[in-house]
Write a protein of this length. Structure first.
Length: 486
């Protein structure tokens, strides 16, 4: 009778545990909120990422630098104006007694003598100050034009360099965006895996505590051995640090995700993991095709080749730095200068204009131009070496990501098989216990193996998604267009 009661109680206890943790491939999280999609996470990261904002500003800066240099091709027109007022207090000795030739003439005075005497008096009167305080005013306005005619090709080489720099910044922004997408994908699925793992471990701990409670009850009635009780306690003790570990992983993953995306509040993630992992596992590409795609599409290779082209243009410009410069200059000036009370009248202003050609040619610059040319040549060689090195590194990255993706596909197949086996083992252990051919420890061990297989399968699915994005980045594909796939 005691044996019969024992089996009935254990059947009810284990049956309740199995019912609460029945095999399922769906996520265990109980979040009921609307899930945050990966597309939304990427959009938030783009809006809140300071490095991307700085890259956008770099594009605008490069564009304005190009416009600034291009403006030197057009005439430079400047308006200059000046006004000066000079006050001078003379010493008393500088003011002689008044003198007049006209007053000194004896009558009768002819008309010619009168005119000559008055003219001389006027000239001398203006030359000799009549008071100690003397003021002089000067006013001038000038319109000047400078037009480059020939600058030895340096201006056009500079425009070629800046045009390439502008393109360089635009592609660097695209590269920053691709790198950020990979970062968001990793952070998104790391957080999802931490949440799912924590849910599984919490469910396992809850089951273990329920099992321990029932075993302790049975032990108090003398229906189970102390070994069964110790085994149940050990399983609870083993799962407690597992739960704590996953809680810590979730906190760290959520902090990292919020830092990247700028998201605040509780994060609910609900990606369609199984279907996408299965879809990505069908992606096929040979290693040779992957290498060809990377060499054709990688932004880094485009950038390094563009940098080499920039250094080539700079070297070409330095080779002709002894060429002459030819400028056209023209200006027109209105000016006036007056002593005493100042008034502006049309007849108070004079006009002066000039047109000229300016020829400049360096003869000796202390070998500085030669040093610039040699430096440009070394920079060009360095850029060529860097291009070769970057190509080798990208080829290595393609091989590594291609191999990792191939391994992930095999790993996913194994974990799917392991989950099926664990599910089958749990079903068999349950059936054996129901038919009194097994013990409750077999059922509990099978449940533990099933929980571990669930976590391993989730890890395998997330790994193949991560490797899929890493491989496509290595191939040079546009990840922004691929985000919609998730």
């Amino acid at each position: 009778m005691k044996i019969l009661i024992l089996f009935l109680l254990l059947s009810m206890g284990i049956g309740g545990i199995i019912a609460e943790t029945s095999p399922s491939l769906s996520p265990i999280s109980s979040n009921t909120g609307v899930g945050l999609s990966l597309t939304t996470a990427v959009e938030m990261a783009v809006s809140n990422n300071y490095e991307l904002r700085m890259s956008q500003e770099d594009v605008s800066i490069a564009e304005q630098n190009y416009n600034e240099v291009r403006g030197q091709l057009f005439p430079q027109i400047n308006l200059n104006a000046s006004y000066s007022l000079t006050k001078n207090r003379l010493p008393s000795s500088a003011i002689p007694a008044s003198f007049s030739i006209f007053d000194s003439l004896e009558n009768p005075i002819s008309d010619n003598e009168e005119k000559i005497a008055q003219s001389v008096d006027y000239i001398i009167g203006n030359m000799i100050p009549s008071s100690r305080d003397r003021e002089e005013t000067a006013l001038a306005g000038q319109l000047a034009l400078t037009q480059p005619i020939f600058l030895g090709g340096q201006l056009f080489h500079g425009l070629r360099v800046l045009d390439r720099v502008k393109t360089l910044q635009e592609r660097r922004y695209e590269l920053e965006l691709q790198n950020m997408i990979v970062t968001v994908v990793n952070a998104y699925y790391d957080l999802y895996l931490a949440k799912e793992g924590l849910a599984i471990q919490r469910q396992a701990l809850e089951n273990a505590e329920m099992h321990l409670s029932r075993v302790e009850n049975l032990f108090s009635q003398g229906l189970v051995s102390e070994f069964d009780k110790l085994r149940a306690e050990l399983e609870v003790s083993r799962l407690v640090p597992e739960v704590l570990t996953y809680e810590n992983l979730e906190n760290l993953a959520e902090e990292n995700f919020n830092r990247i995306t700028g998201f605040t509040g509780n994060v609910y993630l609900n990606p369609i993991l199984e279907e996408k992992a299965l879809s990505f596992s069908r992606f096929e590409i040979s290693l040779d095709e992957a290498l060809i795609s990377a060499n054709e599409n990688r932004i880094e290779l485009y950038l390094i080749n563009l940098m080499t082209d920039i250094y080539q243009v700079q070297f070409d410009a330095e080779k002709i730095n002894f060429a002459p410069n030819l400028l056209l200059t023209a200006d027109v000036t209105k000016y006036s200068s007056k002593t005493g009370t100042y008034s502006i009248n049309n007849d108070d202003f004079g006009t002066m204009g000039s047109v000229g050609l300016v020829f400049q040619m360096p003869i000796f610059t202390g070998l500085s131009n030669t040093s610039k040319r040699l430096r440009a040549r070394h920079e060009l060689r360095r850029a060529e070496y860097d291009a070769s090195n970057t190509t080798d590194l990208i080829n290595l990255e393609v091989r590594q990501t291609w191999q990792s993706f191939s391994t992930s596909k095999k790993y996913l197949e194994v974990q799917e098989m392991n989950l099926n086996l664990a599910e089958r083992a749990l079903t068999i252990a349950d059936a054996r216990f129901e038919h009194q051919a097994g013990i409750q420890l077999e059922v509990f061990d099978a449940q533990i193996q099933y929980n571990a297989a669930q976590i391993a399968l989730a890890q395998a699915r997330i790994r193949i998604i991560k490797d899929y994005f890493a491989l496509n980045k290595a191939l040079g594909n546009n990840l922004n267009q691929m985000i919609g796939e998730l």
